[in-house]
Design a protein around this ligand. Structure first.
Ligand SMILES: [Mg+2]
Length: 313
């Protein structure tokens, strides 16, 4: 373990360091509370052993600072206070400051080892808990089949990116795409092949977007691309790249031979348009996608509000 020790008495400090090092721990030592606080902020310490009485910053004060700086996502450091003060009031004051455990001075190696192990167990449990929470959060935002963002994550990303682009006075574009005749794949080749088609399209979309763009599954065979900073031309270039890549793919099916896939695309951008709710931009892209389907599929259409409704790339 990476252990930070804070102790102003040089003899005690050396003894503590040697003992911990003999047990295989990596030790950083501080001569007083302030030095310990500076070292702690460099990060990486899950275990802190601190003296109570020190010049500058006492053990409980150091502990209070550490606790104030911990956020919900942090794994809390385990803090052991070394003290010769053993009254109930002292213990209560220590716990109040956020201390996890006490060791009386001079320390007994057996007791130190036992309390370290208890601390290590707590830290390990916290690490597991935080990892599990992250995993749950990831799962809640990911489409199970394609691994792309799901609709909920796309909505979050849309709001976040729209907000960011509005402040930067930059446009934001969305591209809605839909696999052509998808129902036929399912009917003709079965759902497993249908799933393969969706994964193939997802991979092509992911491979064609720019850094900072977001790709997600809007639902069924519909996908949505979010392109922060893109005007309609840039967005339609990305859409065209996706369209071409998908159209060039061949899916090998052992039963039915080669299967070819195509997708239709609708593009809309806030550039030059009155900015309403971001959802109206999604509706515009959806409208353009409808035009693309009407125009024979496997093509890209741009949303325009004026008379040139069927603007093609
Ligand atoms: Mg002291």
């Amino acid at each position: 373990m990476n252990i930070l020790i804070a102790e102003d008495d040089p003899v005690n400090r050396r003894l503590l360091r040697k003992t911990l090092q003999n047990w295989g721990h990596h030790v950083v030592e501080a001569r007083d509370g302030l030095q310990a606080w500076t070292a702690f902020q460099q990060g990486g310490f899950r275990m802190v052993i601190t003296d109570w009485m020190m010049p500058g910053l006492s053990g409980p004060e150091l502990c209070r600072r550490i606790r104030l700086n911990e956020t919900r996502d942090d794994i809390q450091s385990y803090i052991i206070l070394l003290t010769a003060r053993g009254s109930i009031q002292d213990l209560a004051a220590g716990f109040e400051a956020g201390v996890d455990d006490f060791i009386s001075k001079p320390f007994e190696p057996d007791e130190l080892r036992a309390r370290l192990n208890a601390g290590k167990r707590i830290v390990g449990l916290q690490e597991e808990l935080v990892a599990a929470r992250h995993k749950m959060e990831q799962l809640a935002l990911t489409d199970g089949l394609t691994g792309l963002l799901n609709r909920r994550a796309l909505m979050d990303a849309l709001r976040r990116d729209e907000d960011r682009m509005r402040r930067a006075q930059e446009p934001i574009a969305v591209v809605m795409t839909d696999v052509d005749h998808f129902k036929r794949f399912n009917d003709r080749y079965g759902h497993q092949t249908g799933d393969q088609v969706l994964c193939l399209v997802a991979d092509c979309l992911q491979a064609s977007v720019r850094t900072g763009d977001q790709v997600g599954r809007w639902g069924g065979e519909e996908f949505l691309l979010i392109l922060p900073g893109a005007d309609v031309l840039q967005a339609s270039e990305v859409a065209e790249r996706c369209r071409e890549l998908i159209a060039n793919q061949v899916l090998e099916d052992s039963e039915h031979g080669e299967i070819r896939v195509s997708s239709s695309f609708g593009v809309a951008s806030t550039e030059g348009a009155d900015r309403e709710d971001i959802m109206s931009l999604v509706q515009q892209a959806d409208q353009a996608l409808y035009w693309a389907k009407e125009a024979g599929r496997n093509c890209v259409k741009i949303y325009t509000p004026g008379p040139e409704r069927h603007a093609t790339r």
